[in-house]
Design a protein around this ligand. Structure first.
Ligand SMILES: Nc1ncnc2c1ncn2[C@@H]1O[C@H](COP(=O)(O)OP(=O)(O)OP(=O)(O)O)[C@@H](O)[C@H]1O
Ligand SMILES: [Mg+2]
Length: 383
């Protein structure tokens, strides 16, 4: 290691801000191809605490892999700063950056990136060789970790002789081999079938817990993001929409985008009709009113809003006058639950998911019903 890098790392570890292992400050990335520019990141700021499990989610093209490359020191931002272990990576020359990456970070890429001419075991040994580990030791460790991912007997096979899921497991083994203090995973489990995916998810979670490895997972899979992470970052069009613990993302979405992207939501249009100690009242075009949570900042009376109602927070009744009137269009028994689709006066179809007890069948199409919400709706001002 260069003495300059040693000094940078020493200063960093002496710093009082040592609890943040990665910090991104107003990170922007523009890809230029001829005359066209893609603004892949439009100013993302977030910090990752030591030992934390962070999930990055967002639709295809939202900038997840681009952000992954920035915080992993694989690419430099067009503007803004990235700190890995308090070191501003912009200060490092390519050799220093490679040193930091080899020793601190384990990567699992969306496209595996295995070296095709090398066997499994050689692929797994590679980062250990880069880190200067004795080759005997590296071989033993590679076999141990291949055993863990169930591929010891395939150690001498080349990636081209293996299935997608097996190659992904080799990539996972390679990332874990150096016992990195930061583990970066870009869609790591997408090629695995359900049981293997669960085994690998548990394994990564176990490593994060026992070794205190800071883990950053990029995923499309909502269940994976919400169930495994301490905090979730939701990206949309290169911007950070929300950065919060999973339950907060689900229960108190910060934007209409997050509300509809994470979990399911029915979206209605309405107007804020009034405010009291319990929150807001909103009025639908049909005149019916609903309770809504008081958002921050508060929304003035008369403002047009989008009203979000999650299917599992709705109930459907064939009697009474409370709630929104509608007609059942379809009812689907889904084993443990029933989903009804109900068309309301403004023409919107609302989905309602209710638990199903044995013997309960869906309501017939054409049945007149009332739809009520068991929790206050979430509202966002319309532009
Ligand atoms: N090397 C590149 N050159 C030009 N444009 C790029 C490059 N890499 C990514 N982009 C563009 O930047 C935007 C963000 O891409 P990115 O790969 O970060 O998305 P993603 O969220 O990882 O998507 P996915 O879920 O499909 O993997 C996209 O519009 C993409 O086309
Ligand atoms: Mg990607």
């Amino acid at each position: 290691m260069s003495t300059r890098l040693a000094a940078l790392l020493k200063n960093a570890s002496d710093s009082a801000k040592g609890s943040h292992v990665i910090r991104a400050v107003d990170v922007k990335k523009v890809y230029k191809m001829g005359d066209s520019e893609t603004h892949a990141l439009r100013g993302v700021t977030l910090d990752v605490r030591r030992g934390e499990y962070l999930s990055i989610m967002g639709p295809s093209g939202s900038g997840k892999s681009t952000f992954f490359n920035m915080i992993g020191g694989l690419d430099k931002p067009t503007a803004g700063k990235v700190y890995i272990d308090q070191v501003d990576i912009a200060q490092l020359d390519p050799y220093e950056l490679a040193w930091l990456r080899c020793r601190k970070v384990g990567y699992i890429f969306q496209m595996f990136n295995l070296i095709q001419v090398m066997s499994c075991i050689e692929n797994v040994m590679l980062p250990m060789s880069f880190a200067g580990k004795d080759s005997e030791e590296a071989r033993d460790r590679a076999l141990e970790i291949l055993e863990m991912v169930g591929l010891r007997e395939r150690a001498l096979h080349k990636p081209g002789e293996m299935s997608g899921g097996q190659q992904q497991r080799v990539a996972i083994a390679r990332a874990l081999a150096v016992q990195p203090s930061i583990l970066l995973l870009d869609e790591p489990f997408s090629a695995l079938d359900k049981n293997l995916r669960l085994d690998m998810q548990i394994e990564v979670k176990r490593i994060q817990r026992t070794a205190g490895t800071t883990t950053i997972l990029v995923t499309h899979d909502q269940e994976e993001a919400l169930s495994m992470a301490d905090r979730v970052a939701v990206l949309s069009k290169g911007k950070l929409e929300q950065f919060a613990p999973p339950t907060e993302i689900y229960d108190a979405p910060g934007s209409l985008f997050v509300n509809t992207f994470v979990g399911a939501a029915n979206v209605l249009s309405g107007t804020v009709a009034g405010t009291d100690a319990g929150g807001n009242w909103v009025r639908l075009p049909s005149g019916e009113t609903l309770r809504a949570r008081q958002p921050h900042p508060a929304i003035a009376e008369g403002t047009r809003v989008s009203i979000c109602l999650r299917p599992e927070h709705l109930d459907v009744a064939t009697t009474g006058n409370d709630g929104i009137a509608g007609i059942v269009e379809m009812g689907l028994p889904l084993g443990a639950s029933i989903v009804h689709e109900v068309r309301i006066a403004d023409g919107t179809a609302i989905k309602i998911a209710t638990p199903r007890s044995p013997g309960i069948v869906p309501l017939a199409p054409g049945t007149a019903v009332r739809v009520s919400s068991t929790v206050p709706a979430t509202i966002f001002p319309q532009n």
